[in-house]
Write a protein that binds this ligand. Sequence first.
Ligand code: NAG
Ligand code: NAG
Length: 345
Amino acid sequence: MLLKSFGAAALAAQLGAAQELMRFGCSQLSIDRIDPLVSPGSLPAPHMHQIIGGNSFNVTMTPDSHDPPTQSTCTSCTYSEDFSNYWTANVYFKARNGSYKRVPQMTNLGLKVQGGMTVYYIRGYQSAAKVTAFKPGFRMLVGDPANRDASKVPSGLCFRCESNINQSPFGGAPCTGSDTKAFPKSTCGGGWRVTVTFPSCWDGKNTDSPDHKSHISYPASGTFESGGPCPASHPVKIPQVMYEIMYDTRAFNNKAEWGTNGEQPFVWSHGDPTGYGIHGDYVFGWKGDALQKAMDSKCSGDACKALQRQDDKKAIACTKAQMAKEDIGTDTWLKELPGQGAMKS
Ligand SMILES: *[C@@H]1O[C@H](CO)[C@@H](O)[C@H](O)[C@H]1NC(C)=O
Ligand SMILES: *[C@@H]1O[C@H](CO)[C@@H](O)[C@H](O)[C@H]1NC(C)=O
C-alpha cells in the first residue's frame, strides 16, 4: 500500500535524487493572528497564521531572552527535541456572496499528525559536505506577503494541484512539472500541496537581519536544491528547510460557488488572491546540538537513532490557545478576513 511503503526511496524520489533528508510531521499548534518575526509585539498582527512546533510560540520571541527548548513544555513535531516554530499564512475560500471560510489542512502521505505541516531538513546532493545546523536565535523568512508578481516568487515556492488524495501519479520534484506560482486555477480532487523552501547558505555570522533574509542566500549557481556552491558572501551550508502544507480544498470544488467569472476563489489570509504572496517563517528551536547530530548522522525520514521521537499522539496533543481572539473560520463563514477589512473583489 502506498502509505505504508512511503519510505526512504519515495522520499528521495520526492526530491528527484538520492540525498539525505529528514521528513517529519508536525501537528497544528495553533491558528493565531500573531507573528513574532515580522510583527513582534503586535497583538494582533496584520494577518492570520497557522503555526506548528514548540508551545512557547509567542507574540514576542526576542532571540537573547526567548529560548524555545527551555520555554516550551511540548512540541507538535514528532521529533521531540525540535521546539522550533514554523508558520505560514492561512488560505481562505471566498464564496460568490463574498463570505470567507478557512481551508483546512490535512495530513500528508505517510504521516499521522493532524493538520499542520510536513517539515524537511535537507542535506542536499553533496552528502559528503559539512552541513552546519542553525545557531540559537536563528530565524528567517522566505517569500513576501506583499508580492503580486509571479517572477518575484523564489524558485522553491509553489502550488501543486493534486488530482486525488493519494497524490498519484506522482508529480515529480517540488516546483517542477505542472506546479504553479499562482493559486491553482481549476478544482483539485486531492487538494493542494504547497511547498515553501528556504535558502541553504548562511553568512556565518548573523542569526537574523532587518529583512530576515539578507543573512541567508541561495547557492551561487543553480537555484532551489541544486546543490551548487554557496556564494562567498554566504559561505556556510545550512540545512535546506522545506515545508509542505496540504490544504484540503475538496469542500470548495463546487464551481457554482466560485466567482461569477469563474475566477479561482482562494485568497491568502493577507488578502492576496494571486498566490504570489506565498511565504514562510522559521524560528530555530532545536534542543542543544540535536540538529547538528541529525545532520552529521545523515538522519532521514521521521525516525533516526541520533534523535528522540515522540508518539504521534503526543505531537497531536501539543496545542496552544489562541492569543489574538479571532474566529478561525473553519466552521463559520466570515464577513471579512481578520485584519484585512472588506476586500475589493
Ligand atoms: C508570552 O510572553 C509573555 C511575556 O513574556 C509571558 O508572560 C506569557 O506567559 C507568554 N505566553 C505563553 C503562552 O507562553
Ligand atoms: C454565502 O455562501 C455560502 C456558500 O454558498 C453559504 O453557505 C453562506 O450561507 C452564504 N452566506 C450568506 C451570508 O449568504
